[in-house]
Write a protein that binds this ligand. Structure first.
Ligand SMILES: [Zn+2]
Length: 184
């Protein structure tokens, strides 16, 4: 079944849904960025000339018991800045929306991360599967490790020390528990 979806809040911020295809087990949402242009990662200008487009697929939060996949139309732009070394670049969406090369949206990865912290490797993977967010044990561990390292980098040394001295369980301790539960 195919439906014209129009502008909705089905997709993450910054995207508009152009079309929805509802299958027995899955929903495919064709989306594109609402921004007129993108910023060149090299020189910071925002060109308007589109060079080409390509499709990228990423899993998103489930809807009504169905898995959801975004089919994102990504634009490539010419950079016309005279002194810029980049001639062509692809638009990016921000790590919390859809990180470069990621196969999951930021909001789905956040839930996967919290399931991993709360339940541990295999139980979290089994629960995620029941929630129509299938993720392998290895992927789950990778998500928890990456986000733990990111939060550690962002946290100041003084706040990290305060947390340890207060007796709270550190992220490293949680990660060890998850790895042990996964048999690693
Ligand atoms: Zn440039």
């Amino acid at each position: 079944m195919e439906r014209r979806a129009g502008s909705t809040k089905l997709a993450p911020a910054g995207f508009v849904v152009e079309r929805a295809e509802i299958d027995t087990d899955c929903v495919f949402l064709d989306v594109r960025a609402t921004a007129v242009s993108a910023t060149c990662p090299c020189c910071g200008t925002s060109p308007l000339r589109t060079q080409s487009r390509y499709l990228r697929q990423a899993a998103d939060l489930p809807i009504a018991g169905r898995r959801v996949f975004l089919r994102v139309t990504v634009r490539r732009f010419w950079c016309d800045a005279v002194l810029c070394r980049r001639r062509i670049f692809a638009e990016r969406f921000g790590a919390d929306i859809l990180a470069p090369l990621s196969r999951r949206t930021g909001r789905l990865e956040t839930i996967v991360h919290h399931l991993g912290l709360a339940l541990g490797g295999r139980p979290a993977a089994a629960f995620a599967d029941r929630l129509m967010m299938p993720v392998s044990n290895d992927t789950l561990l990778r998500v928890v490790r990456r986000r733990t390292e990111q939060s550690r980098d962002e946290r100041s040394p003084s706040s990290a020390l305060t947390t340890l001295h207060s007796g709270a369980v550190s992220d490293t301790g949680r990660l060890s528990a998850i790895s042990n539960a996964a048999g690693r």
